[in-house]
Design a protein around this ligand. Structure first.
Ligand code: IMP
Length: 198
């Protein structure tokens, strides 16, 4: 059985492959299927964007598709950047632009109030009109400066609870064991295995 991962982001493909494993389903990417269409993430909820991506890719590829949308929700900023995390510093913002903007927005916020969480919503779109959401949350805090070189996005600023280092200082394996995306994809993987292979 083929399952399409509706992303071309290599970091994510690697993370997702590691979490879901290959086993009995063949994970294919958009480029494997020569799909070049891009889905605009213009909804105002993570669920809306994940569903839109999975549904459009299912309709194009005609294979079950899995898509995710993630946001970083900072308590002291009333949940910003949230669903707008990728374009926090503007439409064409780089990961670094977004980190710099976040640090600036939080420059007066003391350590004990720098709590935040990542939330991922995964949508598994199985067949026309049939889909399911899975959610993963990782709580933590925002560091006062960037630390670490690994990962992507806000990784150099995010310290998950129970650790004294940022995601960008962790191996992929270590990050996946605690991460929001790890939890959401794990749940979706368990659902798929149970439904199709048990
Ligand atoms: P997306 O919906 O997964 O594309 O995530 C939106 C934005 O959230 C990305 O552009 C990143 O800036 C940020 N983001 C998502 N996942 C992570 C993560 O695991 N670590 C750090 N930043 C992330």
């Amino acid at each position: 059985m083929k399952i399409l991962i509706a992303t071309n982001n290599k970091h994510k493909v690697n993370e997702i492959r590691e979490i879901l494993g290959s086993g009995r389903f063949e994970l294919v990417t958009l480029s494997d299927l020569n799909i070049s269409e891009e889905v605009e993430e213009d909804k105002d909820t993570l669920e809306g964007n994940a569903l839109k991506k999975a549904e459009e890719m299912y309709r194009i590829a005609k294979v079950p598709a899995i898509a995710d949308d993630t946001g970083l929700f900072v308590d002291a900023l009333d949940g910003e950047p949230g669903v707008y995390s990728s374009r926090y510093a503007g439409e064409n913002a780089t990961y670094d632009d977004n980190c710099v903007k976040l640090l600036n927005s939080m420059k007066d916020i003391p350590e004990e109030k720098r709590t935040a969480y990542f939330k991922t919503v995964v949508c598994f779109y199985e067949s026309e009109g049939r889909y399911k959401f899975f959610e993963g949350i990782c709580t933590g805090r925002i560091d006062i400066k960037k630390r670490g070189e690994k990962g992507f996005g806000y990784d150099p600023l995010f310290i998950p609870d129970g650790f004294n280092k940022t995601y960008a200082e962790m191996s992929e394996e270590e990050k996946n064991s605690t991460s929001h995306r790890g939890k959401a994809f794990k749940k979706s993987g368990e659902f798929i295995r149970k439904k199709f292979f048990d």
